[in-house]
Design a protein around this ligand. Structure first.
Ligand SMILES: [Zn+2]
Length: 111
């Protein structure tokens, strides 16, 4: 049981935020390509994100997309499977809009 606990991510109170769109509790995790994404704070039966517990020196837990088969295996082992918040957020459009604006800024216009 201890070995499972060590691999199970539980968002700490200082990690929980409220979504600006729908005020659900969420936390942020980092994907493999370094983007931070909002994640539902509760594991979901149709989730597809494995969240690794924080390692020393990390500010955000790492999120890995898993296949439905892997997700089923994790649930069978008692490991929660999470879901990106924009899959359930009624205000998901505002995330996309913000993401696009950020992308445009990253490209950068010469001033
Ligand atoms: Zn939301």
């Amino acid at each position: 049981m201890n070995s499972i606990n060590a691999t199970v991510f539980v968002p700490g109170h200082n990690q929980l935020k409220r979504c600006r769109g729908c005020s659900e509790l969420i936390f942020f995790a980092v994907t493999r390509d370094g983007r931070s994404i909002p994640v539902d704070h509760k594991a979901r039966h149709d989730g597809n994100l494995a969240i690794a517990p924080l390692q020393d020196g990390e500010k955000l837990p790492r999120a890995t997309v898993v296949t439905p088969g892997q997700a089923a295996g994790m649930r069978a082992a008692g490991v929660p499977v999470f879901s990106p918040h924009f899959a359930s957020c009624p205000e998901a459009d505002s995330f996309r809009r913000r993401g696009r604006a950020r992308g445009a800024r990253q490209k950068g216009r010469p001033r």
